[in-house]
Write a protein that binds this ligand. Structure first.
Ligand code: ACO
Length: 448
């Protein structure tokens, strides 16, 4: 099979949300800290009616319906998530409810977990399957979904929630360039979830930022090397039309792109000539380790990167800025944003995608866009995603209400024998919701 990649996709995020400038005030943070300092506009969150399972059910059902795919046409279903509802039972097993009805239980795949990287692991599993001798001609389906919540404190505004579903097969409008990848994996304690009775992570924010930027450097170097060996010419951002990064919060994406431009500067990329990059000269011989925390270098490289950022990165930041960190779904929410903003313009273009999961696992990979055919075209993906309507239908709640919900969710986590108290009218039509958890911890869902 040729041009294996994403044939179709859909994105879901809860309607319930809080705006970041109200949250700043409520938290007593200085004005602009969350909106400018972190670069975030809004944060979507689950009430006790929704969880990672309901969001996954919603996005899968929607994708199958809108692209007219029968459940029997799916041969592999992979889920990437770090939201633990059950330490044994996979999220995939709940999604099987949508397939059993049609009689299709012949569906390989379970869940993949490593912080925000699980969605990428799930995607690669599906791509590998379609490209393997085991492939039976049916579609793969990837679900990346998470509810990202933090304890009260500086990390709380970097939460979010959402799910992305992607249909995988050959002749895709979003085709993977599988030769051009760079991976870096290592053992670090930057963000982890050792407390099994709590949904909240333990996080070393500053360390996680440095780990992310170092991983990006290493992945970029490795991808450049592979490209240059295969193509016999230098790789730089000049070869790339868009860059989509895992987005814990937008400021880190701005810094990441600036970091790539600094890499290109060190590699003497010709597109930087005449772009003001001479201002980076004082930092050419800076020890690598110092370069991750040097504020002046950060500022100067962001200035040099700015015009390229507007062109290559900004279009992919819409959903992450509006929804917040969706962990595994964050990178793919970025891709959905790009397809939403630029669909008609993407044919023949290339995007780099950077996936980072703390702990850590990271891969930079490349996709190429094609017009596509039938239901699987860039323009149809654009209309199915329907991003503008989803954003317009946000329900804004007060920070007090958000805070109250977080407290309810703390009690709900790992609990049994309850029914949700949140109001159904806060859900968009077609949304799955939790109807209850019985004394044996069995969860049941319905659709609005
Ligand atoms: N106006 C404008 N900017 C402001 C203001 C203000 N009033 N106040 C602060 N800022 C800026 C700061 O200068 C800083 O920007 P900079 O980094 O460009 O200097 C930014 O706002 C954040 O302020 P900090 O003081 O650095 O914030 P704090 O340390 O309180 O928290 C952090 C930020 C560490 C990101 C925290 O939210 C966190 O731990 N989040 C979770 C971890 C995370 O997302 N890590 C990323 C990779 S791992 C993953 O994906 C989960």
């Amino acid at each position: 099979p040729k041009n294996v990649g994403i044939l179709a996709m859909d994105v879901y995020f809860p309607a319930t949300s809080v705006v970041q400038d109200a949250l700043e005030e409520f938290d007593g943070a200085s004005k602009g800290k969350y909106t400018i300092g972190l670069g975030q506009d809004r944060l979507a969150f689950c009430t006790d009616l929704e969880d990672v399972i309901s969001m996954s059910l919603t996005v899968v059902q929607s994708l199958l319906h809108k692209y007219d795919i029968k459940p029997s046409q799916i041969g592999r279903l992979e889920v990437g998530s770090e939201t633990v509802v059950d330490k044994s039972k996979s999220i995939k097993s709940w999604i099987m409810q949508l397939f059993e009805k049609s009689g299709n239980t012949d569906v390989e795949g379970v869940d993949s977990t490593n912080a925000c990287y699980g969605g990428t692991a799930a995607l690669f599993n599906c791509l590998n399957w379609v490209e393997s001798s085991a492939w039976d001609g049916r579609f793969g389906l990837v679900v990346a979904a998470d509810s990202a919540v933090y304890a009260e404190g500086p990390a709380r505004p970097t939460g979010g929630a959402g799910a992305v579903a992607m249909l995988i097969g050959p002749n895709a409008p979003v085709a993977m360039e599988r030769k051009f990848t760079g991976t870096h994996m290592a053992h670090v304690y930057d963000f982890y979830k050792p407390k099994l009775a709590s949904e909240y992570p333990v996080v070393d924010g500053k360390l996680s930022q440095t780990c992310y930027l170092k991983a990006l450097d290493l992945c970029y170097g490795r991808l450049c090397e592979k490209f240059e060996k295969a193509e016999g010419k230098q790789f730089s951002l000049a070869e790339v039309d868009s860059v989509v990064c895992h987005s814990p919060y937008n400021k880190l994406v701005q810094k990441s792109f600036a970091r790539l431009v600094y890499n290109d500067f060190l590699r003497n990329a010709s597109y930087l000539k005449g772009s003001g990059s001479a201002s980076l000269e004082p930092y050419r011989c800076m020890p690598l380790e110092d370069s991750y925390t040097n504020r002046d270098l950060e500022k100067v490289s962001q200035q040099v990167a700015k015009p390229f950022y507007v062109e290559k990165v900004e279009p992919a930041t819409l959903i992450p800025k509006q929804v917040g960190n969706m962990y595994c779904a964050s990178l793919y929410g970025g891709l959905a944003s790009l397809l939403h903003q630029k669909a008609s313009d993407l044919h023949g273009k290339r995007a780099l995608m950077f996936s980072y999961g703390s702990g850590l696992a990271s891969t930079l990979f490349s996709v190429q866009f094609h017009e596509g055919e039938g239901n699987f075209t860039l323009s149809n993906i654009h209309s199915v995603l329907d991003v503008a309507r989803k954003i317009e239908s946000f329900i804004t709640v007060s920070p007090e209400e958000f805070d109250k919900t977080m407290k309810i969710m703390e009690i709900r986590y790992g609990a049994n024998d309850f029914k949700p108290v949140a109001k159904l009218n806060n859900l968009r039509p077609g949304t799955f919701f939790l109807t209850g958890v019985d004394t044996l911890y069995r969860r049941t869902y319905d659709i609005k």
